[in-house]
Design a protein around this ligand. Structure first.
Ligand code: ATR
Length: 287
């Protein structure tokens, strides 16, 4: 007898969520793997009771949801069980409703590292993780990336943020790596000899302020990673390419962080392919 799986209902919770590319990614995979389900936008007004809204989704037979700004901490609070990364970060971006329980996970750092490993595997020799990593920023994405770098054995992290106190607050997430904090005005020093520079600030985003930085001090075989994907090629990445360094944009992180979500809900581990990347790029044209 064949068992008929009921359609999977999932989506992205945030406020606003109209700009989210997650429906495009997940619905592409649903079609590609011939699955039955739908991934929709689930706006939740911060003025509403988050827990009630989540219980409503459970009652409506949803299997879970991704969570984005400003609800990642509320999703953490509502979870009955948490994976180690969500516990560490105090933030959840993946909810699954399993056997009456709400399970919270965090896949942001995974997305960054999976993209880096896929796009730059040839850089992953023993020396790479010994060189300093220069991490700019101190927001939610910085926290996830800092924890992922530490988990993956990067030995020395130079953390540099405009508001030094915010960098100090999150530095413990880099343990057991050594985290050195640099003042924002010393960012050119912070990247001295680094093998990896990561921008997690909002500087360089379309319509916003520019990131003023000089890449001269970077190691000759450094990777420059900008988590921004609007525009796809930020001025920072243009500068990196001009120095013939490997330049990686934020779309890869977005695609890779979606993989574990899809796998949890649908039981299929989807591939991040160039076709999907191109689909997103086409969708971003004109943004
Ligand atoms: P997230 O969305 O990842 O949680 P966020 O809290 O919005 O991030 O933070 C954006 C990052 O960009 C912060 O690191 C912020 O620096 P502060 O902590 O000092 O606010 C940084 N940022 C924003 N505008 C900046 C500017 N003009 N100069 C330098 N850094 C800036």
């Amino acid at each position: 007898m064949t068992t008929i799986r009921k359609p999977v209902s999932v989506g992205i919770i945030g406020w606003p969520v109209s700009h989210s590319r997650s429906p495009l990614i997940h619905n592409y995979w649903i079609a590609k793997y011939g699955l039955s389900g739908n991934y929709s936008r689930l706006p939740i007004d911060p003025a509403d009771n988050f827990e009630t809204k989540i219980r409503d989704l459970v009652d409506q037979d949803y299997q879970g949801a991704n969570v984005t700004i400003p609800h990642k901490e509320a999703a953490f609070a509502v979870s009955d069980e948490l994976d180690s990364m969500a516990q560490k970060l105090g933030a959840v971006n993946l909810l699954s409703f399993e056997a009456g329980k709400i399970i919270g996970r965090n896949t942001d750092g995974y997305g960054f590292m999976a993209h880096l490993e896929a796009a730059a595997s040839r850089y992953f020799n023993s020396d790479f993780k010994k060189k300093p990593v220069c991490l700019l920023g101190a927001g939610g994405a910085t926290r996830a990336i800092l924890a992922a770098l530490a988990d993956h054995g990067f030995e020395l992290i130079h953390l540099c943020n405009r508001t030094r106190a915010r960098a100090e607050e999150i530095a413990h997430l880099g343990a057991p790596s050594q985290v050195n904090i640099f003042d924002w005005e010393h960012r050119d020093l912070a990247l001295e000899d680094a093998g990896l520079l990561i921008n997690t600030t909002s500087l360089g985003m379309a319509g916003g302020l520019a990131l003023d930085i000089c890449l001269k001090g970077l190691s000759d075989d450094a990777i420059v990673y900008d988590i921004i994907y609007t525009p796809l090629e930020t001025d920072l990445l243009k500068q990196a390419k001009a120095r013939e360094l490997l330049a990686l944009d934020g779309l890869g992180m977005l695609l890779h962080q979606a993989v574990p979500s899809f796998e949890v809900w649908f039981g299929v581990r989807p591939d991040v392919t160039s076709d999907l990347y191109d689909l997103l790029v086409a969708d971003l044209v004109g943004v």
